[in-house]
Design a protein around this ligand. Structure first.
Ligand SMILES: *Cc1c(COP(=O)(O)O)cnc(C)c1O
Length: 379
């Protein structure tokens, strides 16, 4: 089955009791058993709930995976992956990582004896150099936030395989419409469903997908034991959101390309970071592993003044000044004072997060209106 058909139909069936075409919101904590152990597959909603179950099967299908699990947030999904490890195990991770991922690794799990290494994964040799017998997980985020660097998933899969380590890819930015890490050799895919999969900025949720049965057992064991599950209502909203993921992503990509080109031609703009440009340092890798380049764009201003950047994010009217991304509406952010404010200036500047860097999550509004909005703010 092709992507659009799976997005709409995978995991969902008309309700057997009523014929309702949409998966009902099974707002229930427990399920009546006819006799001890004689039930319909559902015993208690932390373990499994029918609305969540439909969504888990749907997300697994669109990632070309066998097993899916949904969590109360993207970070709760990451928490589940790290809990598969033991004290002394080492993790090699992308260095320009989503801030919350960096925080859970360094401030929650490091104190349980797990050892994290952060490295620029654009150079596979730098990753290989960190591998030792304790390496148990390679954690990849691509494209990265906010610099839109691209990491070669196949190259990371080869390193993980040789090391006997798991490879998990945070596929939040690309979405399964543009990139399927399991097909490129990853063992596990993680999503902040909050972003493009939900797509409407109304739910916080996370997901994991994998193919291996033993890995899936461990994933479900931790999901049930730690209990960071998602609710039936939120599962319903995301099932509804995913039905239009392919259409939304097509428009995010189209609008992203138009705005990236507009910014490049603008006299006040210095650099534009978008993996669709042929002169992007890893455009060839992006082209090989992605089917489109998305609507996430970062850019800097000539003169690199923080006041100029702050004036622009304040002046736009259609773009909303907010954290997060991936919704139908366009958002604008200033990483140096928002998402990356806790990182020391010298450290953030080394990875490119300079004072005038602005990040856009281009929505699916009319591109002409979005360009007019940016044009006015830049003037
Ligand atoms: C938002 C985000 C997360 C965290 O997900 P939450 O749903 O906010 O917990 C992880 N990785 C990336 C790339 C994100 O954008």
């Amino acid at each position: 089955m092709k992507f659009a058909t799976k997005a709409i139909h995978a995991g969902v069936h008309p309700d057997p009791a009523t014929g309702a075409i949409m998966t009902p919101i099974y707002q229930t904590s427990t399920y009546v058993q006819e006799g001890v152990g004689n039930h319909k597959g559902y015993e208690y909603s932390r373990t499994l709930n029918p609305t969540r179950h439909a969504l888990e099967k749907n997300i697994a299908a669109i990632e070309n995976g066998k097993h899916g699990a949904c969590f109360g947030s993207g970070l709760a999904a990451i928490d589940c992956v790290i809990k598969m490890l033991n004290p002394g195990d080492e993790i090699i991770s992308t260095n320009d990582l989503y801030g919350g991922s960096y925080r859970i690794f360094n401030t929650i799990f490091a104190k349980y004896g797990l050892i994290f290494h952060f490295v620029d994964m654009q150079d596979p040799n730098a990753v290989s150099a960190l591998v030792n017998k304790n390496t148990k997980l390679i954690w990849v985020e691509t494209p990265t936030n906010p610099m839109m660097n691209i990491i070669d998933i196949k190259a990371m899969a080869a390193i993980a395989k040789e090391a006997g380590a798991l490879l998990c890819v945070d596929n939040t930015f690309a979405t399964p419409y543009l990139q399927n890490p399991l097909d490129l050799g990853a063992d596990m895919v993680m999503h902040s469903v909050t972003k493009y999969l939900g797509g409407h900025s109304d739910v916080v949720m996370g997901a994991l997908v994998c193919n291996d049965d033993a890995l899936a057992n461990e994933m479900y064991r931790i999901q049930n034991s730690s209990g960071a599950v998602t609710a039936p209502m939120d599962s319903f909203l995301v099932l509804r959101g995913i039905k239009t993921l392919h259409l939304r992503m097509q428009r995010h990509c189209e609008n992203g390309e138009k705005i990236a080109n507009f910014l490049t031609a603008h006299p006040k703009i210095d650099k534009v970071y978008w993996p669709g440009f042929e002169n992007h340092p890893n455009h060839a890798v992006a082209k090989a592993q992605m089917r489109g380049f998305g609507g996430m764009i970062s850019f800097t201003l000539k003169g690199n003044l923080i006041e100029d950047a702050l004036a622009i994010v304040k002046k736009v009217e259609i773009f909303a000044l907010a954290e997060s991304l991936g919704g139908v509406e366009s958002l604008i952010g200033h990483p140096a004072t928002m998402t990356h404010a806790s990182i020391p200036k010298e450290v953030r500047e080394k990875s490119g997060v300079v004072d005038s860097l602005i990040r856009l999550s281009v929505g699916i509004e009319d591109a002409d209106d979005l360009i007019a909005d940016l044009s006015k703010a830049l003037a």
